[in-house]
Design a binder for this molecule. Structure first.
Ligand code: NAD
Length: 471
């Protein structure tokens, strides 16, 4: 690699936002350089987030499915867990995917520069142990890092964050998960399935704060069976390393005030990774750590764009990819391109999964907005019954004046796959009547979306809606 690389576009950060942007830019014949701290692209999502956690959640799912099969007369022996092999499988998945991304760079003629980049001035980035990169345009896609709380900063290897929890060093006998959000519940589910006695402590009054309560309820019910305890309205005020673990002091509603766990996982949110990039040197505006951008993802320095977790909530890979592609379209001269999604889907990959998109019931309440809601419980779904998973629910939220679909919420097996239909419906301006009229295959869980729209209109085959008596 030469000492100086000169490029039209540099993308700083090679996660799903950064590599999607770099690939599209190269496809549009823009000479592009991709800088990432890791040897191969993929970012947090691929190396220490979405992909490894989903590989481990798949293993957890197989364990649960084998256990639940007893209900169908199929009794399997207790699983023998080879942690090294499981870890190896996860690492192989990551390696294959990141190698394929590196190959994607090569095929597209993208200059891939491994190493941490820092702005020197508004047209130069210095890569640690690497070249100086001179650019005309830049997309900052530096992502986020786990939030740290001083209470847990005791320098102990027994205190895990999402990155070290995914390394799966071993399966602790007891694990305390601090934070009942996405990461806490997904990783808590993995460790519980693999044999840890898991306790979750959440400082608010419910798991997954902000998510509609009717979607969380079935998950909470099932997790009560998988986890040892769930403490709500409780905080950890002090931790200390003792001989066999970490001694923890609780404050709040938990019925115990002190306990010792072999390990603890701190999953109390993530923060934008914008502190050590040299943004201040070039005067890029940052608010609460997030880079501020306009609707075209342009920062206050007009030739520099910012996308993904570093540029605002929600911190989701698919939102980052779309923002990255939008920034490239703008750079390529599509001046009317703007960021204006009607529905960004969110999925919590627990068992059952929770997924939603567009307006939620909580949003509607907060906005004091009148909506109509149709709820279809999976007790009436043929497919859910055949899977032995009637613990789901699908709801559609509409504008009462126009019947337009504003939001969809799901909890249940495979909810993460089903939500895509909701996104298409909302983006295409579909009405609930449209959803009810589209023929859905039987017997599938996708029918529950159609049936929720039928419930809303009082015409569901499986849910009787009492008629209003004529006066
Ligand atoms: P989160 O915001 O989802 O949850 C953090 C939880 O910790 C909240 O429930 C909060 O109330 C609780 N909390 C905060 N301080 C606490 C304390 N001192 N004691 C007890 N509880 C405390 O954050 P996360 O789970 O760390 O995930 C971070 C981000 O990563 C999410 O915002 C999400 O966007 C992303 N993520 C997405 C997925 C997915 O798409 N499936 C999976 C994992 C992470």
């Amino acid at each position: 690699m030469p000492d100086t690389v000169t490029t039209d576009l540099v993308v700083l950060g090679g996660g799903p936002g950064g590599y999607a942007a770099a690939f599209l830019a190269a496809d549009k014949d823009i000479p592009t350089t991709l800088i990432d701290a890791m040897p191969k692209p993929g970012g947090t999502c691929l190396h220490r987030g979405c992909i490894p956690s989903k590989a481990l959640l798949h293993a957890a799912h197989v364990i649960h499915a084998a256990h639940d099969a007893a209900d169908f007369g199929l009794v399997f022996a207790k699983p023998q867990i080879d942690v090294a092999k499981l870890r190896g499988k996860k690492d192989k998945i990551i390696d294959a995917m990141s190698s394929s991304l590196l190959d994607g760079c090569k095929k597209r003629g993208i200059t891939h520069v491994p190493g941490r980049g820092t702005f020197v001035d508004a047209n130069t980035i210095q890569v640690e142990g690497g070249p100086t990169v001179k650019f005309q345009k830049c997309i900052v896609a530096v992502g986020s890092v786990p939030a740290k709380l001083s209470t847990f900063d005791i320098g102990s290897k027994r205190v895990l964050d999402s990155t070290t929890a995914l390394e799966l060093e071993d399966i602790p006998k007891t694990l305390l998960v601090v934070g009942g959000g996405y990461i806490g519940l997904e990783m808590g589910s993995v460790y519980a399935a693999l044999g840890s006695k898991v306790t979750v402590v959440e400082m608010t009054g419910g798991l997954l704060p902000g998510v509609d309560a009717d979607l969380v309820r079935p998950l909470h019910g099932r997790l009560k069976g998988q986890f040892h305890s769930i403490y709500l309205n409780t905080k950890v005020t002090k931790i200390e390393e003792v001989k066999d673990g970490i001694k923890v002091v609780f404050e709040g509603e938990a019925d115990i005030k002190e306990a010792t766990y072999e390990k603890i996982l701190v999953a109390v949110g993530r923060r934008p990774n914008t502190a050590n990039v040299g943004l201040e040197k070039i005067g890029i505006a940052v608010e609460r750590g997030f880079i501020t951008t306009d609707a075209q993802r342009r920062t206050n320095v007009p030739h520099i764009f910012a996308i993904g977790d570093a540029a605002g909530e929600p911190m989701l890979a698919h939102k980052a990819s779309h923002e990255g592609k939008l920034a490239v379209e703008v750079i390529a001269g599509e001046h009317t391109a703007v960021w204006n999604p009607r529905a960004i889907p969110a999925v919590v990959f627990t068992d059952p999964e929770i997924a939603w998109c567009g307006l939620t019931e909580n949003d509607a309440k907060k906005q004091d907005r009148e909506v109509k809601i149709g709820v279809f419980r999976w007790g009436f779904s043929g497919r859910a019954s055949t899977l032995g998973r009637n613990d789901g629910l699908t709801k559609v939220i509409t504008d009462p004046a126009t019947d337009q679909v504003l939001g969809i919420g799901l909890v249940g097996a495979g909810a993460g796959e089903l939500i895509a239909e909701g996104v298409v419906a909302i983006e295409m301006g579909a009405s609930a009547k449209d959803l009810a009229m589209c023929i859905h295959p039987h017997p599938t869980l996708s029918e529950t979306i159609m049936e929720s729209a039928e419930v809303l209109h009082g015409i569901s085959s499986h849910v009787f809606t009492p008629r209003k008596k004529a006066l």
